[in-house]
Design a binder for this molecule. Structure first.
Ligand SMILES: Cc1cc2nc3c(=O)[nH]c(=O)nc-3n(C[C@H](O)[C@H](O)[C@H](O)COP(=O)(O)OP(=O)(O)OC[C@H]3O[C@@H](n4cnc5c(N)ncnc54)[C@H](O)[C@@H]3O)c2cc1C
Length: 379
């Protein structure tokens, strides 16, 4: 069996790896350079932001994905020799007087229902754990079991393993067209150079750019870019121990003392600049939430395009009107957390095995309900 994967982000790469392991002849076509877009830019938090705002089917998918991470880490690290820096840093959400009780009850209910251990900390306990936190914190919610991963290391390990298995990952190979046979069955692709690739199945994993190819083939895939800017601070190791988040701002401490502050949520199309406005908004969040970081150096700023969907859920499965065309895209804010289960389900499914999870909520042609809380922001 031959499969063409369109897009070398974490979704395309990891799914290609799982396909190859099932004996599939797989090639990955990438329009630019591999692993440089959203998957490189993301923060690597292995837990959704405000998961209680999503439907239960989403948490079930997340939990199934996170359960695969320990084995994935062991496999990638032993096959590639690269550490992926998956560490259990825990997630702490401080609560201030003006947002007291906003999330606490929903978070507790969600945690109890889905088996996440959540503790409620007093202000003193919170500041004892994280001395750089604001003295205005009233209480905090703590999930000890939340992990993070360092995206570039994860991607390097997957790429190394793919190369070891002999999978072709072709850069500067933008797919411009899906090729169909007379019966509306997708049987290959054509690249910008005019080169064609035959396939028994094509997987569209083109992140924020997925809608364009879909549209050319007359089906609607409402994925759109949601720009996220990030600022990197340099501090001493352990200045911050937990991932700290509040509303849309989060602080992710790496082992080497670097702290990533993320992230803006901008509906500005494919506009790539790093702006002064975003820098000042992220630093203002730092001043309010973790004022103890005031002496940290600003080291770097970058951005990426999250593949946003209207209801916050990914699109996974075969396109009913286009046999042979599969999609795995629209992972929006959660693609790194969801990559292991996406790769497993999609590879098994393409190879003929029905997924054990119910995937109806993620069907490419599901009736869409826009969600103001977890869907992409309106222009
Ligand atoms: C600032 C920020 C913070 C984030 N934080 C987190 C987090 O903490 N946790 C988490 O789980 N997720 C997070 N995410 C989201 C996560 O990064 C994405 O959901 C995930 O990376 C999507 O992976 P992907 O492979 O679908 O897309 P991408 O990584 O964007 O890859 C798609 C690839 O397809 C290529 N492509 C597009 N069109 C074509 C074409 N026609 N032909 C060939 N190739 C094509 C692109 O060049 C690109 O390389 C964050 C994202 C951002 C931007």
């Amino acid at each position: 069996m031959k499969v063409v994967v369109i897009g070398a982000g974490i979704i395309g790469l990891l799914t290609a790896l799982r396909l190859k392991q099932q004996g599939v002849d797989v090639v990955i076509l990438e329009k630019g350079k591999v692993a440089q877009e959203s998957s490189w830019a993301g923060a690597g938090i292995l837990c959704p932001i405000h998961p209680w705002l999503y439907p239960d089917s989403f948490t079930e998918l997340v939990n199934a994905s996170l359960a695969l991470y320990p084995d994935l880490q062991a496999e990638l690290e032993s096959e590639s020799g690269h550490g992926i820096q998956r560490i259990k840093s825990g997630l702490l959400i401080p609560c201030f007087v003006d947002d007291k009780a906003k999330h606490q009850e929903a978070a507790q209910l969600w945690s109890d229902k889905f088996g996440w251990d959540m503790q409620r900390l007093t202000a003193v306990q919170a500041v004892t754990k994280e001395p750089t936190l604001s003295p205005d914190v009233q209480e905090a919610l703590l999930w000890q079991d939340v992990y993070q991963v360092r995206n570039p290391d994860l991607l390097s390990a997957v790429l190394f393993y793919l190369h070891k298995l002999g999978v072709d990952v072709l850069e500067q190979s933008e797919v411009t067209q899906l090729i169909e046979n007379g019966q509306g069955h997708v049987c290959g692709v054509e690249t910008v150079q005019g080169r064609t690739y035959d396939a028994d199945a094509v997987l569209l994993a083109a992140g924020s750019w997925s809608a364009k190819l879909a549209e050319q083939s007359d089906f609607k895939l409402p994925v759109q870019p949601v720009k996220g800017q990030i600022v990197l601070l340099k501090t001493e190791p352990n200045t911050l121990k937990h991932i700290v988040k509040h509303d849309d701002a989060y602080f992710v401490p790496r082992r080497d003392g670097r702290i990533l502050i993320g992230a803006t949520m901008e509906n500005v199309g494919f506009e790539r600049s790093n702006t002064a406005e975003a820098l000042s908004a992220l630093l203002a969040a730092s001043k309010r939430l973790v004022p103890g970081l005031k002496d940290a150096q600003v080291e770097q700023q970058w951005m990426g395009f999250r593949p946003g969907s209207p209801d916050g859920l990914p699109f996974l499965g075969e396109v009913p009107s286009k046999k042979g065309l599969w999609v795995a895209t629209g992972h929006y804010r959660n693609g790194v957390a969801l990559a292991p289960i996406t790769a497993k389900v999609m590879a098994d499914w393409i190879c003929g095995a029905q997924p054990s999870l119910n995937m109806d909520a993620f069907a490419p042609n599901r009736p869409l309900q826009e969600s103001a809380s977890v869907g992409y922001p309106k222009a």
